[in-house]
Design a binder for this molecule. Structure first.
Ligand code: ZN
Length: 124
């Protein structure tokens, strides 16, 4: 294992992740859902068809799943901004992994140097 090369590679990955995270994008937590549901009224036109179309986003709020109705004209926009949030969260997770790998490498290097230093002096 080449410590310097491994560290440089991780630093490069880290820099690239931060560059992507730095781009400010509009974002909304949640996943877009589209489904049909019958309203239950016996005289409604939906009795014969698939039901009424619902466009919503679902997201977690204090341990509960909540949904919000999305206006038809905002569907493309809401897909984009929820995707931005998902992407940002994924990048953050990758950054945390890289940071953890950098820390592990540095701890290994520290421990190697502790050992290498200790053997130089018999009082250590
Ligand atoms: Zn109906």
């Amino acid at each position: 294992m080449d410590f310097v090369k491994d560290l440089q590679k991780l630093e490069k990955t880290r820099k690239s992740l931060i560059t992507q995270l730095r781009k400010k994008r509009l974002m909304v937590r949640g996943s877009y859902l589209q489904y049909y549901r019958k309203c239950g009224k016996l005289n409604c036109k939906c009795v014969k068809g698939k039901g009424h179309l619902f466009r919503r986003i679902a997201f977690s709020d204090k341990g509960h799943t909540r949904t919000i109705k999305i206006p038809k004209q905002d569907v493309a926009w809401i897909k984009k901004v929820t995707n931005n949030y998902r992407l940002f969260t994924q990048l953050l997770q990758q950054l945390a992994q890289v940071n953890s790998q950098i820390k592990t490498l540095l701890i290994e290097a520290r421990d190697e140097m502790l050992t290498a230093t200790k053997i130089l002096k018999d009082y250590l």
